[in-house]
Write a protein that binds this ligand. Structure first.
Ligand code: PLP
Length: 360
């Protein structure tokens, strides 16, 4: 006779078992026609010069990539005017954030972050074994840097400053950031996540590189996913003081940036002028979308990024469903609002048309 024995199962870490799932933006079903405004992607196709670099790189696929992405690191450092030992590339800036946290957080340390903000933050913090301390953004979608500074305790290791803030849109101002940095102890790392930096036009916004130069505890996070249109290849990087950069590099996934991605990012830096003209066009489209919504009577936060935020509250998911039926995929955050990425002109027109029916 067989006796059923319940054998102990391999436990998951509590932090992992409790993780909120990252909800990706809706994708266009195969064969369907829709504008994808759900993931803050760049709607322009890759430049021919970048595609050519990728095709060239494909011939070396049997080899591991350059482990430290030396050529890319140097190209980034030159373009920013910083030393190469201050730059740490990684497999998308979300991965780099994970490496940053892994480099500095001990179990139970606190990480102060704004909320609502980038949904990858609470996941990355929990995976690092740290504790997220969420500080609500203001009614107009701005980071409350005064409250964030006040939330720093003796256990705080890192503060995440998302500027412009995803998904609400505003960027922090230089003066409020300086006041904040003066209040935060010098042994607490401040991460400026500048994923949308290239879209910022507000003259009051901070110059991240100057802030980094003035404050050794400030680390910048940047990405090729948005303005440079390489979301599918996964390249981002941190800019940090060499001692911190060494720690972040040590915590990084070995060979994390593929050869294709390295070559594409280098080619993108070479094509910077052309790519930034596309960013200008997207900024114009953002201005048109925001102005159109406000003319309809919507109260929408300022946006310095490639998306706008509709604070729809309980109506967020039904608005997103309606937009999907109209051929526009947007990103709802249930009970809170809808984020609409800036894309093609026709997509803006469709969205504005739909939004006007929701005002009636
Ligand atoms: C899109 C985004 C990133 C970039 O992520 P990648 O991993 O580089 O694609 C980082 N931070 C924020 C706030 C973002 O919205």
């Amino acid at each position: 006779m067989l006796i059923a024995v319940t054998r102990p199962q391999v436990p998951l870490r509590a932090a992992v078992a409790d993780l909120p799932a990252y909800v990706p933006g809706a994708r266009v079903p195969v064969g369907a026609a829709a504008y994808k405004l759900s993931s803050n992607e760049n709607p322009f196709p890759p430049l021919p010069s970048v595609v050519a670099a990728i095709i060239d790189a494909a011939a070396d696929m049997n080899r591991y990539p350059d482990m430290y992405a030396t050529g890319l690191t140097e190209a980034i450092a030159t373009s920013l005017g910083v030393a190469a030992d201050a730059v740490v590339p990684g497999n998308g800036s979300v991965a780099v954030l994970g490496h940053v946290l892994a480099a500095v957080c001990e179990h139970g340390d606190e990480v102060v972050l704004p909320w609502r903000s980038f949904e990858a933050y609470p996941i990355a913090v929990a995976l690092a074994g740290a504790r997220a301390v969420a500080v609500p953004v203001t009614g107009d979608g701005r980071l409350d840097l005064v409250a964030m500074a006040a939330a720093v305790t003796g256990r705080t290791r890192v503060v995440l400053v998302c500027t412009p803030n995803n998904p609400t849109g505003p960027a922090v101002r230089s003066d409020e950031l300086e006041t904040f940095l003066a209040a935060v102890p010098s042994d607490v790392m401040v991460v400026l996540d500048e994923a949308y930096l290239e879209f910022v036009r507000d003259p009051a916004a901070p110059d991240g590189l100057a802030v980094h130069a003035a404050h050794p505890n400030v680390v910048l996070l940047r990405t090729f996913s948005k303005a440079y249109g390489l979301a599918g290849l996964r390249v981002g990087y941190a800019v940090a003081r060499p001692r911190l950069a060494r720690g972040i590099r040590a915590a990084s996934t070995p060979f994390g940036v593929s050869h294709l991605a390295q070559m594409a990012a280098i080619a993108s830096l070479r094509a910077q002028r052309e790519l930034l003209e596309r960013v200008d066009a997207l900024v114009e489209e953002r201005v048109r979308l925001l102005a159109g919504l406000r003319a309809q009577g919507w109260t929408v936060p300022d946006s310095e990024a490639n998306f706008v935020w509709l604070p729809l509250g309980d109506r967020a998911t039904s608005f997103a469903a309606d937009a999907g039926r109209a051929g526009v995929l947007v990103r709802p955050f249930a009970g809170d609002g809808v984020r609409v990425s800036v894309g093609e002109r026709e997509a803006t027109d469709l969205l504005l048309e739909l939004a006007s029916t929701w005002r009636q």
